[in-house]
Design a protein around this ligand. Structure first.
Ligand SMILES: [Zn+2]
Length: 98
């Protein structure tokens, strides 16, 4: 059976795929504006998280001394490990959140 939803705008019944982007066939307004806004907010939060976890990796300059290169590569190793752990946690959260 196809789902239908009462349009919050024109109060007529409209076919509904339970999708947040579904629009009323009568007045073209969103059938579930609250869910749509929730999804928009979620997208924005995801974007913010992505920006927060973007790491500026240490740049190893070819003109650096062997000593500097050595310490920089250790620092880079830590950065890589950190990014790996954070990505794993984010992946786990996404998995648990379904
Ligand atoms: Zn409508």
């Amino acid at each position: 059976m196809k789902a239908s939803k009462k349009c919050p705008h024109c109060h007529q019944w409209s076919p509904w795929n339970q999708d947040v982007t579904d629009r009323c066939v009568h007045c073209q307004s969103l059938l579930d504006p609250a869910a749509f806004e929730r999804q928009q907010a979620q997208e924005e939060r995801k974007q913010e998280e992505k920006e927060r976890f973007s790491v500026d990796f240490i740049q190893i300059d070819p003109s650096d001394s062997a000593f500097t290169k050595f310490w920089k590569s250790i620092g880079l190793g830590f950065q890589m490990a950190f990014v790996g752990i954070v990505s794993f946690i984010l992946w786990l959260i996404a998995l648990l959140a379904g």
